[in-house]
Ligand binder design. Sequence first.
Ligand SMILES: [Zn+2]
Ligand SMILES: [Zn+2]
Length: 446
Amino acid sequence: MEKQAYLDFVSKHTEKILEVERYIWEHPESGFKEWNTSAYLAKIFEEAGYTLTYAGNIPGFYTDIDTGKPGPKILILGELDALVAPTHPEAWNGCAHACGHNAQCAGLVGIALALKEPGALDGLCGSIRLMAVPAEELIEIGFRNSLRDQGIIHYLGGKVEFMYRGYMDGCDISFMYHTGIREKGTFACSRGANGCMAKDIVYKGQASHAGGSPQKGINALYAATLGLQAINSLRETFVDDDHIRVHPIMEANGSAVNIIPAKATVCTFVRGATMDSIIAANKKVNRALAAGALAMGAQVEISDRPGYAPLINAPGLMEVAKECMIAVAGEDEVMFNDNWSTGSTDMGDLSAVMPSMHPHAAGAAGTSHGDDYRIVDPIKACVMSAQAQVLMVVELLKNDAARAKHVIETFQPVYPSKEAYFEAVNQLMADKGLVTYTESGAEISY
Ligand SMILES: [Zn+2]
Ligand SMILES: [Zn+2]
């Protein structure tokens, strides 16, 4: 079948795709709370004739499309979650789709409807798994840790959790198209992106009368600010190529202005280009946090959680994608570069174990995660994005899946298996106090 036929399979559903984009924009939900979004999409999939496997106790689902012939399994994902962004002018319940995941979901619907068109699977082998996945944005760490404590989730990111549950077992190649802000070009792809880990930090001091008897208190807020100052003083020791990012926020500090603060909480990520550089930078950050506590005689407790592995876009898959993007938008509209992004995504975790790719489709404007973020060109963000992804499926699975097999054979995984990957990221899991006071002084563990 000619490429144009597959493009038409998507574009005939343009009205529905754009309707989905608007609906999800208007009903944003943050990670692991996307119940309405998940149900809304599930209904569309089921009405189109798909049988879904639901995650059940968290939002999200997947479905398999079998060509009837053996071959590789291609995993295509769409992210359900919005950001907590209460100052966004179009925020709803304090959330907004300031990262454009609503457009990804609309694109996923476009792919699903196109692959149901008569003849869409002719000449293909293997299978396709379409997955609506929750909780890409690594936020509301306290809430996610509470889900962990209840045994509902094991990992804080939706894709990592789905991988842990086995929902990606048997998948050979994965990709998704993220919405991007571009003045020029419809499609873009960089070399990869930073990984990250999440840290919840609690400084504990002692309350006392802030005016009458401050000498009886231990100021947890001061300890925290000293810890942050120490982190800032370390920044010039971070090696450029490691792309380390540490960006703390203070969440709650003190109870009343006339009481020395007994508690101060901080949350941060440590991001970096490799797992090793993240682990090394995290040790320095812990040492800095301990220094703040030590100066004041306070305690500091950390909860470290694995975030996302660095994203490494698979070169073999990028070749296929580039051809398909050009077929959709033309050569001048496709921009691949050697840049490294310093944000993080849990597509990184997939890219550590299978050939994966996380390019961008234009169509958004404003600032990523900002209050001026909006979708201005849903045709690019949703329809053309879906077209390029459908073409990738065809290119990978036609001719006895020759190109998919080539992508798989030439792939060099960071970890040889899912188990090895989890073993590595589990090293980032820690719940401990950093300072212990002793008779002779103090011991620091970092
Ligand atoms: Zn985002
Ligand atoms: Zn995003």
